[in-house]
Design a protein around this ligand. Structure first.
Ligand SMILES: [Zn+2]
Ligand SMILES: [Zn+2]
Length: 166
């Protein structure tokens, strides 16, 4: 969704409320496409004393694949974002400004990058997920397969032989 911000930049006190369903279904993360349901955005843009800001919430109900046990599950989360919008960056500007070129704010683009920056690079079904047995592949959260987990990893074995020789 594009929001026309011309008036907003020109008129102090101007407020533009918005709600929008963001489609992020094409994005792949954690070995899956997590955003199979639209992400609900709601917030407002406002000009307070000449400073233009956006503040909004992203409510999402997504699916994830655990990085340890590969189990899929759903999770609901609400994130809140806030930015100052500028039409161009001045030399002395530093900090987190969003530059709006032209008079259109590309809300989809902004929200997609906000959300992707907020999400962790790996997710787990739970903090203490035990993962899969490296020997037989059993999900160790469900049962104890009884495999001898002290069996050396073949890669480590090669290394230890290497060190023995040298
Ligand atoms: Zn897990
Ligand atoms: Zn096992």
């Amino acid at each position: 969704m594009f929001i026309d911000v011309k008036q907003l930049f020109e008129v102090e006190g101007q407020v533009i409320p918005f709600t929008h369903d963001l489609d992020m279904s094409a994005i792949e993360l954690w070995g899956t496409a997590p955003f199979d349901r639209p992400i609900h955005l709601s917030g407002r843009l406002y000009n307070r004393a000449g400073i233009v800001s956006i503040v909004y919430e992203a409510q999402m109900d997504y699916n994830l694949m655990c990085g340890r046990c590969l189990e899929r599950q759903r999770r609901a989360e609400t994130y809140r974002f806030e930015h100052v919008l500028v039409r161009q960056l001045n030399e002395e500007d530093n900090g987190d400004f969003i530059v709006v070129s032209g008079n259109q704010l590309d809300l989809d683009d902004l929200a997609t990058s906000d959300i992707l920056l907020e999400l962790p690079s790996v997710v787990y079904c739970r903090e203490d997920c035990k993962g899969l047995c490296p020997v037989c592949g059993t999900n160790l959260n469900e049962k104890d397969c009884g495999c001898d987990l002290k069996q050396p990893d073949p890669r480590l074995q090669i290394l230890s032989e290497f060190f023995k020789e040298s």
